[in-house]
Design a protein around this ligand. Structure first.
Ligand code: DLL
Length: 435
């Protein structure tokens, strides 16, 4: 059941005692060796010795994406480059890329965290693990690679793309575990169906690890129904390592290992800590990260802490599915909308497929509109072959979205295979108001 029984079976109290000790050390190292942190803390007039209890973490300022950009490329590092053994970087769609540097110890910490997660979801050394996350500066491929090898599974480092080959190897190698973005899994399942291959019947696949982008509970159901596998949520950001934490077999929230991370949920406007169950921004402190310390890192991701204990019995903190990034949220006619809410509502309707996109426009009078384009589920194409029936479906979907979002979009139902497919992170929103 446990990869690391000693750590995974720690009680809440043991975890808190350990966290306090590690937090002091982590802040001390950052203060002493990272010019960025020293300056940040001096400005606020605080010192590592100010940490007397875990609550004192709130005295320390947050670190934000802008801090990484302003200090590009290595300004947050606490260690000379000679001890950094690997660099990763985000693609930097909005501004300079953000860079992360890892010491050997940091890579071990990252691997330990993900290995525990994979094991808790059921991966064992007998498994064949096909990794269809991108390898390279993106952390997905290599993160899974090292964790899979650590467990002793047979790793297939195929990277993303080349869908026919993914399916050939899945069948020929007998892959039992698969890792990719949820949007790529949806595409693979669709591709397999068209090629006359049943993932359930013709392959040995049993578990998939999907993350790196928001996806809904309804999408989980669709992936599981189509493929017969267990779809597990995996989360992380390059700044805190890469893919670092997952759900366990119970699939009811993501476990953050309390001996490696301190997590907080804050009100993104005021910075105040929120109670379990309240939705806010996830803030992560990585305990013992050496190369680039991450203390009170504002992830930008919206979620909530889950108070109840998981059925797996672990006392480590757990978070809900990520709704999306606060900067993915858009405002349309005064209403806040997350793309994941649109996905959730759409996936409740069997008539539509998993492929959708959201277009935001502004007319010459300055009035905004939201257009949701979604493909029809091929199983229903025949029922909606007349224009009248299609218009009727469009207005039904628009009304359904209105009840979920509080704003009525224009809906366009498209033919199968007309919208883009994605091999990595999907791009669902085109905000033409900003162009
Ligand atoms: O996406 C790391 C990763 C790789 C996670 C593979 C999971 C699997 P970044 O490219 O730095 O790192 O992007 C991090 O992706 O802040 C979230 O907004 C989003 N994200 C990651 N996992 C999830 C998830 C990787 N399970 C950003 N659900 C994060 C929702 C996710 N969003």
């Amino acid at each position: 059941m446990y990869w690391n029984p000693f750590a995974e079976k720690m009680s809440e109290r043991e975890l808190q005692e350990y966290q306090l000790k590690k937090l002091r050390q982590t802040v001390e190292i950052a203060y002493r060796y990272s010019p960025f942190y020293r300056e940040l803390y001096k400005k606020e007039n605080i010192e590592p010795s100010d940490i007397k209890s875990l609550d004192d973490i709130t005295k320390f300022p947050f670190v934000k994406k802008q801090d990484l950009r302003d200090n590009y490329p290595f300004g947050l590092f606490a260690i000379p480059l000679s001890q950094i053994v690997r660099l990763h970087a985000s693609s930097g769609t909005t501004g300079k890329p953000t860079v992360t540097g890892y010491t050997e110890g940091d890579l071990e910490l990252w691997t330990e965290s993900l290995t525990r997660g994979l094991y808790s979801a059921g991966v064992r050394k007998e498994d064949v693990m096909q990794i269809a996350y991108g390898y390279g500066l993106f952390t997905g491929g290599l993160g899974f690679h090292y964790a899979g090898e650590k467990i002793g599974a047979t790793v297939v480092p195929i990277s993303s793309g080349n869908t026919q080959r993914q399916l050939d190897l899945m069948r020929d190698f007998g892959s039992t575990v698969f890792a990719c973005t949820p949007s790529y899994m949806i595409y693979i399942a669709e591709y397999a169906e068209k090629a006359g291959l049943s993932i359930q019947g013709d392959t040995k696949l049993k578990i998939g690890f999907f993350g790196a982008e928001p996806w809904s509970e309804e999408t989980r159901k669709r992936i599981e129904d189509k493929t017969g596998i267990e779809a597990i949520n995996v989360y992380g950001t390059s700044e805190i390592g890469g893919p670092v934490v997952t759900e366990c077999y119970a699939k009811s929230g993501i476990h953050f290992w309390g001996d490696i991370y301190i997590i907080e949920i804050i009100n993104p406007e005021t910075g105040e800590q929120l109670e379990p169950g309240e939705k806010g921004e996830l803030v992560v402190t990585v305990l013992g990260k050496e190369g680039m310390p991450m203390i009170r890192w504002r992830t930008g991701d919206i979620t909530a802490m889950i108070a109840e204990k998981c059925e797996c019995g672990r006392a480590h903190p757990r978070i809900d599915r990520i709704m999306g990034r606060s900067d993915d949220m858009f405002v349309i006619r005064g209403v806040n909308v997350f793309p994941s809410q649109v996905e959730y509502a759409l996936m409740l309707l069997p008539e539509v497929a998993e492929h959708y996109q959201i277009i935001l426009e502004r007319d010459e009078k300055g009035i905004d509109s939201m257009i949701v384009q979604v493909e029809i589920n091929p199983d229903y194409s025949k029922d909606y072959s007349s224009q009248d029936r299609l218009r009727e479906l469009e207005s039904r979907v628009a009304e359904h979205l209105r009840t979920h979002l509080n704003v009525r979009p224009r809906v366009e139902i498209l033919e199968p295979e007309t919208l883009p497919r994605f091999e990595g992170k999907a791009k669902r929103v085109q905000d033409k108001r900003r162009l």
